[in-house]
Design a protein around this ligand. Structure first.
Ligand code: FES
Length: 102
């Protein structure tokens, strides 16, 4: 079970727990504002853009090439950007904090 915290653009902090699925699915299922997941998680919409807390980057891992290409289209992307549909929920990401991109 991984407990994951989202910080929305209105500074709301939402902590939820799950054992499976993607971080995007977890966010959508818990009505996290700003995570839409329009493409259903196939890495083609960038409506699941989040920033990984700098101290959690090692836990979350790096983006794939397809994901990096997609992120290049997001204006506010930075080195902490990820598309959270590409992050599986596993025990490895327990206590990770994601800030939702605007
Ligand atoms: S849900 Fe579309 S890119 Fe993540």
């Amino acid at each position: 079970m991984a407990k994951i915290t989202f910080i929305t653009s209105s500074n709301e902090k939402i902590t939820v727990a799950a054992t499976e699925g993607s971080v995007m699915e977890l966010a959508v299922n818990n009505n996290v504002q700003g995570i839409d997941g329009d493409c259903g998680g196939v890495c083609s919409c960038a409506t699941c853009h989040v920033f990984v807390a700098p101290e959690d980057v090692d836990k979350v891992g790096v983006a794939s090439e397809i994901e990096t290409d997609m992120l290049e289209l997001a204006d506010d992307a930075n080195e902490y950007s990820r598309l959270c549909c590409q992050i599986p929920v596993t025990d490895a990401i327990d206590n990770v904090v994601f800030t939702v991109a605007k």
